[in-house]
Design a protein around this ligand. Structure first.
Ligand code: ARG
Length: 605
């Protein structure tokens, strides 16, 4: 429970889940009372985080009040009285900087983290709402490329963020499990297939067959003809043509599930292009025809989107078979029918921007009221992701490479290495963390936060492309995944090294006044207090980089505190307890932010 005086309510705020709302309201109250007729709500909207060392800042011109900025500032300052919320105010050009009362800041923040436990950082803004998030979506029998990896990582993050904000989330993987290539594989399977290989590693075996039969097709035109015939039979629902395909799909999904599991990524639904019914595709095309949106072109059907600057797109081939675009149109309608989502997010690389814009536009033209609830989360492509043995084609190669590069890194420090309990598991977890962090530290748009880590290529869409750098991403130095894990492990070790302090007494029994003199402790508490806001921003922007930045800032603040805010050997038990509480809270929140990024925080390494 907060021991601060209560503050008037402001819509959209909730001090019981975000204590900074209370601090902001108290600042807004002062500002609005001094600057009548400014309302509390208007003033609240003007309270922002301060830059460099300032807690909160109000930019006066934004209120568009009559009078000079200096006069307005003077009015606020003259009326100002320090209290439990705010300690001081400073006037600087057009800004007013407010410094929070340090003792309240630390006590209230740690109290809230304690009270809410694992719920700290969550909010209820999405209660009662349902979102489908479609991500990863690799193609069976084709390579799992870095675009799929990025979709997997960003999608898993989004699923976590939406859940944290109270949404009901359905994670869906939309497999590329349909299309002419399966005719090719069928032809290839007869020639090169082996049941044993298939059962051992379906993903690899089908890929190998696909590569071989494509080669054959280059010299033998019959192959493609056969393949098209075969796919036609599949589309017609010919059971004998579908039997093998079904097994390929099943075994591939099984294999993928195990790999996603290692990445800490989970799907509620394995959908696929194959599951979009002929009926919904026919309905879509019929409806488009009735609306006069379809052109016939030599037997094929085209939708004309030139009016919308989206060109023309084929929706049905000459031979009557469906295509990628049509399946997306039918698939979206089916999903709405079945799940009645409030929002549906597609996490697909910017390479497919045109495709997504086309199918969103078609759904809008078809006047589906839910078409406005579709969101495309896109991202730039990772370039140059190859292992030391060559180009990456499978997800497990990425995991393996990350693990082995990390393992080598760890072995460089012999002594530390020997102390690691389970080097296999640890190096895999660290390697995966390295890959994820490098991926999510780069903003989907605009310049990335850590330009030194990435080579940015010029891209007209200003989508960030970046290059994977295995060695850099897997060191313990700089803002890397392993560094983050290291920060967490170090926090976990304080508890192990100071068992006499645990379990901590209840918050009211801990005297935090000793922390108030340490700027490092204040900095940590302040960052912890921002966490609920950081989560809300991530929901709004769909950007994982904000969470990544938060995790690094917190880790840096903790590492700056180590030397002065010491627990081990502190004889004053009151002091030691307060510090322990601070670190325990920091550990919980750092772990929560890592989990949001789908990372499993390590306890030891
Ligand atoms: N399987 C596709 C590919 O690998 C990605 C699917 C994206 N999702 C969608 N609904 N189109 O290119």
């Amino acid at each position: 429970m907060s021991s601060l005086p209560s503050v008037p309510p402001v819509p959209g705020t909730d001090p019981s889940s975000c204590i900074f709302d209370a601090f902001r309201i108290s600042i807004a109250k002062r500002v609005s009372e001094a600057l009548e007729p400014l309302t509390l709500e208007q003033a609240y909207a003007g309270v922002d985080y301060g830059k460099k060392g300032e807690d909160f800042t109000v930019a006066l011109p934004r209120f568009r009040l009559p009078g000079k900025v200096d006069e307005l500032a003077k009015k606020v300052i003259e009326k100002f009285q320090a209290d439990d919320f705010v300690a001081s105010v400073k006037h600087d050009k057009a800004f007013l900087h407010f410094q929070l009362n340090t003792q309240s800041l630390i006590r209230e923040t740690l109290n809230q983290i304690h009270t809410l436990g694992s719920q700290y950082g969550t909010n209820t803004s999405g209660n009662g709402k349902k979102v489908i998030i479609e991500y990863s979506s690799p193609n069976i029998a084709k390579s799992f490329h870095v675009g799929h990896l990025r979709s997997t990582i960003i999608g898993a993050f989004l699923a976590n963020v939406y859940k944290t904000c109270g949404w009901e989330v359905i994670s869906a993987n939309y497999l590329g499990d349909w299309g002419t290539q399966f005719g090719l594989i069928a032809v290839g399977f007869e020639k090169y297939g082996s049941q044993e290989e298939l059962e051992k590693d379906a993903i690899k075996h089908l890929f190998d067959i696909y590569v071989k039969i494509n080669k054959d097709a280059e010299t033998d035109p019959e192959v493609k003809v056969e393949a098209a015939k075969f796919f036609r039979r599949m589309e017609d629902g010919d059971e004998s043509a579908l039997k093998n395909w079904r097994e390929w799909r099943e075994l591939s999904v099984k294999k993928y599930e195990a790999e996603y599991d290692r990445l800490n990524v989970h799907f509620d639904l394995y959908l696929g292009e194959s599951m979009v019914s002929q009926k919904s595709i026919d309905t879509a095309i019929k409806r488009l025809e009735e609306m006069g949106l379809i052109d016939d072109h030599e037997g094929a059907k085209l939708i004309n989107l030139e009016k919308h600057k989206l060109g023309k797109a084929v929706v049905r081939k000459k031979d009557g078979t469906s295509i990628y675009l049509t399946r997306d149109i039918g698939g979206a309608a089916e999903r709405y029918e079945k799940y009645k989502f409030d929002k549906m997010i597609y996490v697909i690389s910017s390479q497919q921007d045109l495709h997504v814009a086309q199918f969103f536009k078609v759904l809008e033209l078809m006047e589906y009221p839910w078409a406005k609830d579709l969101v495309h989360v896109n991202y730039g492509l990772v370039q140059g992701m190859s292992t030391r043995k060559g180009t990456v084609v499978f997800l497990n190669q990425i995991i393996k490479e990350a693990t082995s590069v990390m393992h080598e890194q760890m072995q460089k420090n012999e002594e530390k290495y020997k102390a690691v309990e389970d080097p296999e598991m640890t190096s895999e977890e660290l390697g995966i963390t390295g890959v994820k962090i490098q991926d999510m530290a780069a903003k989907r748009y605009r310049l990335p936060l850590y330009p030194c880590l990435f080579v940015i290529s010029d891209c007209p869409l200003r989508i960030n492309n970046y290059t994977f750098n295995w060695d850099r991403m897997l060191t313990f130095e700089g803002d890397t995944g392993p560094y983050l894990q290291y920060a967490h492990v170090r926090l976990a070790s304080i508890g192990r090294k100071n068992p006499h302090l645990l379990p901590l007494p209840s918050p009211s029994q801990i005297d935090i006044t000793t922390l108030t003199t340490s700027p490092h402790a204040r900095e940590i508490a302040f960052l912890l207090g921002t966490y609920p806001d950081v989560v809300k921003t991530a929901l709004k922007t769909h950007e994982p980089s904000g969470i990544v930045t938060f995790a690094f800032r917190l880790s840096h603040a903790i590492s700056s505190a180590w030397e002065t805010v010491v627990v081990k050997g502190e004889e004053d038990i009151e002091k030691a307890r307060a510090r322990m509480w601070l670190y325990e809270s920091a550990k919980d929140v750092l772990a929560a932010s890592m989990r949001l990024l789908s990372i499993r925080p390590l306890e030891r390494m």
